[in-house]
Write a protein that binds this ligand. Structure first.
Ligand code: PGA
Length: 255
């Protein structure tokens, strides 16, 4: 399998780490430092909802796309605290992260909710970064492969157009803050990415299996990102902690 078939995607997930003021400052630094980056990749950052508008203004005219960390599966109505894809698009959002492990647990988003969100976001024309990944117990008991591919299929089955879908494999135990920050070897990540790709090929056809980009996330930083991306089925990275520093994120974007 050749990476040339697929887009390279590098995303910074700022989670709930920055105030609006801090997010604006970081976005401005990023834009300044990322001018040299070539257009052969999709790069983006996902600030919190409240910072979307002002960060979006800073990103205008740059190659960095604006993303959201979540979205509702409804367009409007009595959904306190939720945000619709329509509103996100109005703010210039181009992609949305769905099913992050921090939303699946402790925030209790089920496979069914995640499926509805993926469907809604793809239908609206947004790019989707669907997160999947096992917990440490599933890794230790050897049930992780079926669990992760099950999460993928639960999220996408029945959705006909997945041309704007990417998948981020993020083993929960590898996440630097909400997990244990244990770094898996590139070979171990490659094994799971291959499994996901095989499942996509079996369930959705060769074309889709080959073209969906699969990102890795979990303690990725400027020093280890290259090793991961050298593997055949690792097409990009979803970065948390290391995305909060402009220098390190620009190094990751440029990999
Ligand atoms: P991390 O987070 O890079 O800090 O491990 C990744 C993520 O949660 O998306």
């Amino acid at each position: 399998m050749n990476l040339n078939h697929r887009e390279k995607i590098l995303i910074g997930n700022w989670k709930m780490n920055l105030t609006v003021k801090e997010a604006k400052l970081l976005a401005a630094r990023l834009v300044k430092k990322s001018k040299h980056l070539t257009a052969d990749r999709f790069i983006g950052i996902a600030p919190s909802f409240t910072a979307l508008e002002s960060v979006g203004k800073k990103l205008k005219g740059s190659s960095i796309a604006l993303g959201a960390q979540n979205c509702s599966y409804k367009s409007k109505g009595a959904f306190t605290g939720e945000e619709s894809v329509e509103t996100l698009k109005e703010l210039g959002v181009k992609f949305v992260i769905i099913g992050h492990s921090e939303r699946r647990s402790p925030l209790r988003e089920t496979d069914e909710i995640i499926h509805k969100k993926v469907k809604k976001a793809l239908e609206s024309g947004l790019r989707v970064i669907l997160c999947v990944g096992e917990r440490i117990e599933q890794r230790e008991t050897g049930t992780y492969k079926g669990f992760v591919t099950g999460q993928v299929m639960a999220a996408i089955s029945g959705i006909s157009d997945v041309s704007k879908l990417s998948i981020a494999y993020e083993p929960v135990w590898a996440i630097s803050t909400s997990g244990f920050g244990k770094k898996p070897t590139p070979d171990l990540v490659q094994e799971m990415h291959h499994e996901i790709r095989d499942t996509l090929q079996d369930e959705c056809g060769i074309q889709i299996g080959r073209s969906v980009s699969i990102l890795y996330g979990g303690s990725v930083d400027a020093n280890n990102v290259r090793e991961y991306l050298q593997k055949d089925d690792i097409d990009g990275a979803l970065v948390g902690g290391a995305s909060l520093n402009a220098e390190s994120l620009v190094r990751i974007f440029g990999v």
